[in-house]
Design a protein around this ligand. Structure first.
Ligand code: FES
Length: 149
């Protein structure tokens, strides 16, 4: 596997719990969609063992963006692959996202404005991070905005 040119790495949990909940079908759907979109050279996938979030599986993790997805289905997997193809963020079932320093929990997913923050206590945490001048990740967290390379 040549890594040169790869832009995304998807970690596909195929631990025992995720497998019981359909991880193999999710894996096949994502890999099939990647082939369909001719993205094999820019999206690398790796089947993993347990990622420690069995209760929420099947789990998929997208790097380098640092987005963790819960309860993936084959359809959601295809949507994730398509979002990579379209160079847009996919946050429909995102549970956590890396903000440049730490992973933040997303309480309720994306709201109608395409902004996943929903008025929970972590807003203050997020605002503190952003006010600290660490705004580099903020635009990429919005559903409707393009990913930066
Ligand atoms: S088996 Fe997937 S998170 Fe544990």
């Amino acid at each position: 596997m040549k890594l040169e040119g790869v832009k995304n790495h998807l970690l596909l949990c195929n631990g025992a719990s995720c497998t019981r909940n359909g991880a193999q079908e999710v894996t096949e759907a994502i890999r099939q969609e990647i082939r369909q979109l001719s993205m094999q050279k820019v999206v690398h996938t790796t089947k993993t063992l347990c990622n420690g979030r069995c209760a929420f599986g099947p789990i998929v993790i997208q790097y380098p963006r640092g987005i963790w997805y819960d309860q993936m289905t084959p359809e959601r997997g295809r949507q994730l692959a398509q979002s990579i193809y379209q160079n847009i963020s996919y946050l429909e079932t995102a549970s956590h996202v890396y903000d440049g320093r730490i992973f933040l929990k997303l309480e309720q997913g994306v709201n109608v404005n395409g902004d996943y923050w929903t008025g929970n206590d972590e807003d203050a945490h997020r605002d503190k991070h952003l006010s600290d001048g660490d705004r580099t990740k903020e635009p990429s967290l919005r559903k409707s905005e393009k990913q930066s390379d």
